[in-house]
Design a protein. Structure first.
Length: 94
């Protein structure tokens, strides 16, 4: 059985992109896994003086990564469900 780990998810990411929204302290991250279902993360600071682009990238990536991780968890759960349903259906069942 497949287990969803951070390492597994990292191996599925084929692209990542970052933007700082002009005039704000908001950083956006887009992570693109190999299945193409792009997930976005964001981070902001409350005050412009505390804005650090490196930290913005770090925290927005964590947010996006957690969404990718969740999406792969749903894929695995669906696969387990389908396998269970197929294993429990006999020739008389629909």
């Amino acid at each position: 059985m497949l287990k969803i780990t951070p390492e597994f998810v990292e191996s599925k990411i084929v692209g990542e992109h970052y933007w700082v929204v002009p005039g704000t302290t908001t950083t956006l991250c887009a992570l693109v896994p190999e299945n193409g279902v792009t997930q976005f993360g964001e981070s902001s600071t409350a005050h412009g003086r505390t804005f650090n682009e490196e930290d913005g990238r770090k925290y927005s990536r964590i947010m996006a990564f957690n969404k990718v991780l969740g999406a792969y968890g749903i894929i695995l759960k669906n696969k387990i469900f389908e396998e269970s349903r197929n294993a429990n259906s006999g020739p008389d069942q629909v």
